[in-house]
Design a protein around this ligand. Structure first.
Ligand SMILES: *[C@@H]1O[C@H](CO)[C@@H](O)[C@H](O)[C@H]1NC(C)=O
Ligand SMILES: *[C@@H]1O[C@H](CO)[C@@H](O)[C@H](O)[C@H]1NC(C)=O
Ligand SMILES: *[C@@H]1O[C@H](CO)[C@@H](O)[C@H](O)[C@H]1NC(C)=O
Ligand SMILES: *[C@@H]1O[C@H](CO)[C@@H](O)[C@H](O)[C@H]1NC(C)=O
Length: 659
């Protein structure tokens, strides 16, 4: 089966809708109502004002800009209009008054027809009051297939412009979705809006509009994510319908690239795939690519797209080891393959609703998530969580488990696992208790993600491109549409993303910064010191803030180039000399005050006096002079304060001296 996700996006109640269409660029659905009115729907609201369809049976072109005056009568379209209702189905050449040919086969009136727009088959489809849907080859004029299932007159039929499906609607109130190659019924939708009258799909979109007796509905079909994958060298493979194409980042040469700009990639056709690809995924070493869809998978060589292995599977995942993979054959059976040979097949205890590749084999069931050892399928740990995605870091030390609401970063403690496997201590029915340590939970929804060192880069549900490192979130960019992460190429210092329309964009992200942060997270300061000189000056302060947040203030002070930040750090670290130098450079009263406070707390009264003096803090000076019993200082203060018109301090200073 195609396993198309189908989600209802919008429901609008109204009079009978006999025709719908989707706007190619705006989020609008256009619906014509049986009572002769036209409504236009935006995401959640609609207005309702325009008389459109005329009673003279002509289709007219109305001009939006000229206050809706009728600008042209499309008389020729009358034929098409009549054609829809003639029986049996006839095909006309535009401008001709006699039909080219007639297709006979329906036993009752034909209500609707649609040409197949794919170009590879000379097909058209018809739906009739005999409750049947027929697919015709209009070149040899034969009926190729009859789709039976609707319980009433068929009112609309449509070949989807991209997905391999046929959508039919009927007066029985259902919309049926059929596979356009196997003609298998994939899905039956019944939204209880009475008779179905019309259906419209839009190229480049998952949205399908449906018109009913009682209103209209928009449903979203299929996966949101494009079938697209990139290897470590920047070779991108994607599927456009069933055609597999390749683009190579390297082929762009040294063209200057701006953040977020569409990359000018040359696309090479690699041939067509025997299944309709819903996902494409390179294996870790990039030599193979797996295509999954229609309940099947095919592994190809990434270079020439030669098939290497195939089989039936609901899902396919690669292991961390490039020669290994697992398939989920059904809701209870998982099989592990090594070097394209089946190594093990097992039935996870609570079933298998989904599988996840990487360092450990993840299996989702209604009860939660279970991680298994790829080697022996032994249970490592069961976790009560319903994951959407799981992302392992290359080292296998860190894993991100993303759910519908948030994501968790866990540390995998392989040494404790090895010890527990040896001694069997701390092993329960839920696996090894100490296998994981939770490092953090972030209330953000991850769409796509990948690890670079210990930094987890991801796109979020609000179209932000972020990365997580050591509990901190850094925003790289705000994206203007949904984008999917393809990979990071350290050599380019760039991160690559693709969208549904197969556009590729990139963002700069310095590998030196990521490496430095990774070294800090691993407490490997000799490595960090080695990387530091490669970090450009303008990035140093950002890195310093990161160090400070991780509690490494001394290192932060050494790295930061921002005087404000450095002064703050020097104060926190009690580095009087550095702070003094910065205060001298800044000539800021505020800094002198802060430094004076620190000097007093450190009993550096000479320094404190100087600072208070720079800060013109007479109150502070009076306190210092009297508390230290320094008569000379009190005297000097009295004179200075008097000169500056600080009369209270001047009075007090003279008074204390008996003057
Ligand atoms: C219909 O007839 C016209 C001319 O009569 C011809 O050019 C056209 O190819 C025909 N179309 C089909 C689908 O046979
Ligand atoms: C007409 O063409 C279709 C393929 O498009 C083929 O399956 C069918 O057998 C052909 N019928 C005749 C009568 O040639
Ligand atoms: C189906 O179409 C016939 C005309 O062919 C009509 O009489 C009948 O009422 C229609 N069925 C429904 C459920 O509207
Ligand atoms: C694999 O390739 C062989 C030979 O090219 C071909 O006969 C076969 O149909 C292919 N199978 C799949 C599932 O792609």
């Amino acid at each position: 089966p195609l396993r198309l996700d189908i989600k209802r996006k919008l429901t609008a109640r109204s009079d009978r809708v006999k025709s719908v269409d989707l706007h190619p660029t705006e989020p609008w659905m256009l619906a014509s109502l049986y009572n002769g009115k036209y409504i236009k729907l935006t995401e959640a609201w609609f207005w309702y004002f325009l008389v459109f369809f005329s009673d003279d049976m002509l289709i007219k072109l109305w001009d939006w800009d000229k206050k809706w005056s009728c600008s042209q009568v499309l008389g020729v379209l009358l034929f098409c209009f009549v054609f829809v209702f003639v029986f049996p189905g006839k095909v006309w050449q535009l401008g001709s008054s006699s039909p080219n040919f007639t297709l006979e086969g329906h036993e009752k009136g034909v209500n609707c027809i649609d040409y197949y727009s794919g170009g590879d088959k000379p097909y058209l489809i018809s739906g009739a009051d005999d409750r049947l849907v027929k697919i015709w080859d209009y070149q040899n004029k034969t009926c190729v297939q009859t789709l039976e299932g609707h319980a009433q007159n068929v009112s609309c039929v449509s070949f989807h412009p991209e997905l391999p499906i046929i959508i039919t609607g009927s007066e029985d109130g259902t919309v049926r979705i059929w596979h356009s190659s196997t003609y298998r019924l994939e899905s039956t939708l019944n939204y209880g809006m009475e008779r179905v009258w019309c259906v419209a799909s839009l190229r480049g979109s998952n949205n399908v509009a449906l018109g009913y007796d009682e209103g209209s509905i928009i449903v979203k079909l299929g996966r949101e994510e494009p079938a697209m994958s990139m290897d470590a060298n920047g070779k991108i493979i994607w599927a456009k319908h069933s055609e597999v194409q390749q683009a190579n980042l390297k082929a762009m040469g040294d063209a200057e690239i701006k953040d977020g700009e569409r990359l000018p990639l040359a696309v090479k056709d690699m041939g067509s795939c025997e299944i309709y690809p819903q996902t494409i995924q390179h294996n870790p070493n990039g030599r193979f690519v797996v295509v999954c869809g229609d309940g099947e998978y095919i592994i190809y060589t990434a270079m020439a797209l030669r098939n290497k292995s195939f089989g039936s599977a609901q899902e396919f995942v690669w292991a961390h080891d490039s020669s290994e993979y697992a398939i989920r054959e059904s809701n209870s059976l998982v099989k592990i393959f090594k070097n394209f040979k089946e190594k093990k097949s097992f039935k996870p205890d609570f079933g298998a609703e989904g599988i996840y590749g990487g360092f450990l084999l993840g299996v989702r069931s209604v009860n939660g998530l279970a991680f298994y050892d790829w080697e022996n399928t032994e249970l490592i740990r069961r976790i009560e969580i319903q994951p959407k995605h799981i992302f392992w870091s290359d080292s296998g030390e860190l894993v991100c488990i993303a759910t519908e609401e948030s994501f968790f970063i866990l540390k995998y403690l392989s040494e404790k696992v090895a010890a527990a496997q040896e001694t069997h201590e701390g092993v329960t029915e839920d696996g090894i208790e100490d296998a994981f340590e939770v490092l953090g939970e972030i209330q953000e929804i991850v769409k796509t993600g990948l690890w670079v060192g210990d930094c987890f880069i991801y796109t979020s549900s609000v179209n932000r491109l972020n990365y997580y490192v050591g509990g901190e979130i850094v925003t790289i960019a705000h994206l203007d549409r949904t984008m999917y992460l393809l990979g990071y190429i350290p050599k380019d210092n760039r991160l690559y993303l693709g969208d549904k329309e197969l556009n590729i964009v990139s963002y700069s992200l310095l590998v030196s910064v990521l490496e430095y942060q990774t070294a800090v997270m691993r407490r490997d300061f000799s490595m960090a010191d080695k990387v530091l000189p490669t970090i450009p000056k303008e990035q140093r302060t950002r890195v310093a803030h990161f160090l400070e947040k991780q509690g490494f203030k001394q290192q932060a002070l050494a790295v930061s180039t921002d005087p404000e930040h450095r002064f703050e750090l020097a104060l926190q670290l009690g580095e009087l000399k550095i702070a003094y130098q910065l205060a001298v450079e800044a000539e800021s009263e505020q800094k002198w005050k802060q430094l004076a406070e620190l000097a007093i707390s450190k009993c550096q009264f000479g320094l404190a006096q100087e600072c208070l003096h720079h800060a013109q803090d007479y109150g502070g000076l009076l306190l210092l002079a009297t508390a230290s019993g320094n008569a000379n200082m009190v005297n000097k203060l009295a004179e200075g304060a008097e000169k500056d018109g600080k009369n209270n301090v001047a009075f007090m200073s003279y008074f204390l001296q008996g003057k």
